[in-house]
Each structure stands twice: as C-alpha cells, then as structure tokens.
Write a protein that binds this ligand. Sequence first.
Ligand code: SME
Length: 159
Amino acid sequence: MLHMKKAEKYELAMKEIVAVWDKDIHLTGNLANITAILKTHFDFWWVGFYQIINNKLQLSAFQGPVACTQIAKGKGVCGTAWEQEQTIVVPNVHEFSGHIACNSESNSEIVIPVMCYNSVWGVLDIDSKELNHFDETDAVYLEKIVSFVSNNITLIIPY
Ligand code: SME
C-alpha cells in the first residue's frame, strides 16, 4: 500500500523534475538538479547517480558527503542492482553482504538502475541515516523518476 503523504511529496518533486529538465544542456547538469530536488524534499543523507563508463559505475552528479568514485559490476548494492537490473531496497546496510560503506552514517539504502536502449546506463543511489527508511512508495516513485530520465537521456548531450 502506498504511503499517501510521501506519495504527494513525490508527485510534487516529479513536477519540479520535469519542469527544470533542460534538453539544451548536458546530462550531468540535469542529473544534478534531480539530486537537488530529491535532497530538498526528503530527509535523505545522500542522493546521487553513478554512470557506467569503461565497465565501471563512476560517480556522477550527487548531493551529500564525498562518495566512492568507482564500483564494479556485482559489487555493493549499486553493482548488484546493475547486475540484477532491478531496484534493490536495503533496510539495514550492515546486514547486506558486500555493502560498500562510502560514509559511516548511512543505515539504509535504495538503488534503482537507469536503463537506456534496454541496457543499464547507470544507477540512482539514495542513502538514509535511518534504518528501514525506504518502502514500496519510494520504489514506485523513484522508478517513475528514473524512467523519465531513461526516456530523455538519449535526447541530450551525453556528458
Ligand atoms: N553503498 C553503495 C556505495 C555508494 S554510496 O552509498 C554513495 C553500495 O554498496 O554500492
């Protein structure tokens, strides 16, 4: 069941994301705005994108503390979401085997793969200081946001 108050916040965030998307600038600027919108509306600790370059997830636009710059396929939550091509919700990162702790304050996490032409382009990764922060409402709406990115990624200057 969807959490309605949270759903309303996501609806508002999505409107802002669509409104500020600028097809006439490079991708990273647009991704940076998405992380800013999500960080502003929600009590997230870290929000960011990793992009697959040279067969590694490489750090892209983010909001929050300094983060790991490279993640291999199958490693950590991000590399696992890439390998499995599906959203991963981790209620307690300390119980996720292979979790990569970029920051010791993080306790729960959600990672959503960003698809492009039927293969994984990268991931959206969000960390929370709270245990068990992310639920089905987050997964549903973050997948919608990522789907918007996927649908627009090819129409934009790709760096
Ligand atoms: N925790 C992630 C690494 C990225 S940071 O959280 C920003 C993982 O296990 O893949």
